[in-house]
Design a protein around this ligand. Structure first.
Ligand SMILES: Cc1ncc(COP(=O)(O)O)c(C=O)c1O
Length: 394
């Protein structure tokens, strides 16, 4: 992170960090929709390509609107460098392709986003990078899974969908004692609620598609960390392989970031109220939400996060049949896989986001048939509750 932002609070950084303005004096950030940049001479072109002179060349490498988003997110996460990607998945792929080679090994928390699991198990395995999965909250299992060829510890906290927590500072200590990197997917909390780098993580992953956008408009991602690992190595992979962010999407994410602080606080307030209400419903067997005192890691959530966030899940009595009935009985909440939107969304993980896991993987990750995930939006809480009442009464 550049020195210039040290004095600013998070809300100011989210609105102003990295701001660019052209000679026209526009107030909102400009969108540079151009694939390449023009040089004054052949010598200037050569100097840009050789790196002797800074400046833009081609939008697969750098683009001013994308750079503005990168600087703003780096300032929010407290990282030296950020690279923006075409999606959250390409942020994870770019990190692994840049930092790992055939024969390397990852230790990952078991309860991760289903597609991340497929990326590790199917595609990285195909190029000789293997992964062992461990329970997120069991530090001794992480330690036991580390091998001589391990390079990365990979965690998602809170986890998707059952909001299990990993102790970032403890995982960072473990990683560094063994010469490894800790990579944390900070998608659920965002830097408004949790800053993994300050807790010792080396790299932060984002699906910008979620809360960074905040209104479900664009797909994008980002990797944040130090100048060498992220600014050179991950950037080097991206400019070569190409899954970079479009300038238009970067602009949408910039607009999203401006309200990140306010939204994350409001999502957390609504989710806490909904979680408490769900706990009182007879049809509900269990509620997973880190802001509830009944959450097994409530103390860690209080220490590690500024608030518990907008994601919760719960198990209804009656398994899949009852879960589908409840989902189908909603009239306002959107049945969709995305999360982090102002609009509340509802999904059945076992048959959608985590449908490609084996039965054993589902069981180990707590993805049971009666589990429902809600990304609690910013509608009036009474309306969200009212929309769930019909299905709970069935
Ligand atoms: C925790 C988490 N990480 C990563 C991703 C992947 O992001 P994207 O869909 O932007 O590729 C998702 C998507 O849902 C997610 O929930």
């Amino acid at each position: 992170m550049t020195e210039a932002y040290d004095d600013w609070g998070l809300a100011t950084r989210a609105i102003r960090a990295g701001h660019i303005r052209t000679a026209e004096g526009e107030h909102s950030e400009p969108i540079f929709t151009t694939s390449s940049f023009v040089f004054q001479s052949a010598a200037e072109a050569a100097a840009r390509f050789s790196g002797d002179e800074p400046g833009n060349i081609y939008s697969r490498f750098t683009n001013p609107t994308v750079a503005c988003f990168e600087q703003r997110l780096a300032a929010l996460e407290g990282g030296e460098a950020c690279v923006a990607t075409a999606s959250g998945m390409s942020a994870i792929l770019a990190t692994c392709m840049a930092l790992l080679k055939a024969g390397d090994h990852i230790v990952s928390s078991r309860s991760i986003f289903g597609t991340t699991n497929v990326l590790f198990n199917k595609f990285l395995a195909k190029v000789g990078i293997s992964t062992s999965f461990v329970p997120l909250s069991d530090l001794s299992a992480w330690e036991a899974a580390i091998r001589p060829d391990t390079r990365i510890l990979y965690a998602e906290t809170p986890s998707n969908p059952i909001t299990e927590l990993g102790d970032i500072a403890a995982l960072a200590d473990l990683a560094h004692a063994r010469g490894l990197l800790l990579v944390v997917d900070n998608c659920f909390c965002t830097p408004a609620l949790q800053q993994p780098l300050a807790l010792g993580a080396d790299i932060v992953i984002h699906s910008a598609t979620k809360y960074l956008d905040g209104q479900g408009r664009c797909v994008g991602g980002a990797v944040v960390g130090d100048a060498k690992l992220v600014g050179e190595e991950v950037f080097g992979f991206l400019r070569t392989a190409g899954p970079t962010m479009s300038p238009f999407n970067a602009w949408v994410f910039l607009k999203g970031l401006e309200t990140l602080q306010l939204r994350m606080r409001a999502h957390s307030e609504n989710a806490l109220q909904l979680a408490r209400w769900l706990e009182r419903q007879d049809a509900v067997e269990q509620v997973y939400y880190p802001g509830l005192q009944s959450h097994p890691q409530y103390a860690l959530a209080q220490r590690q996060q500024k608030a518990a966030g907008g994601m919760l899940s719960f198990v209804v009595k009656g398994g899949r049949e009852q879960a589908w009935r409840l989902i189908d009985a909603t009239r306002m909440i959107s049945i969709t896989a995305n999360l982090g939107d102002t609009k509340s969304t509802i999904t059945h993980p076992a048959s959608t986001t985590h449908g490609r896991l084996t039965d054993e993987e589902k069981e180990l990750s707590g993805i049971e048939d009666g589990l429902i995930r809600i990304a609690v939006g910013l509608e009036d809480i009474e309306d969200i509750q009212h929309d769930l009442e019909a299905g709970l009464a069935n």
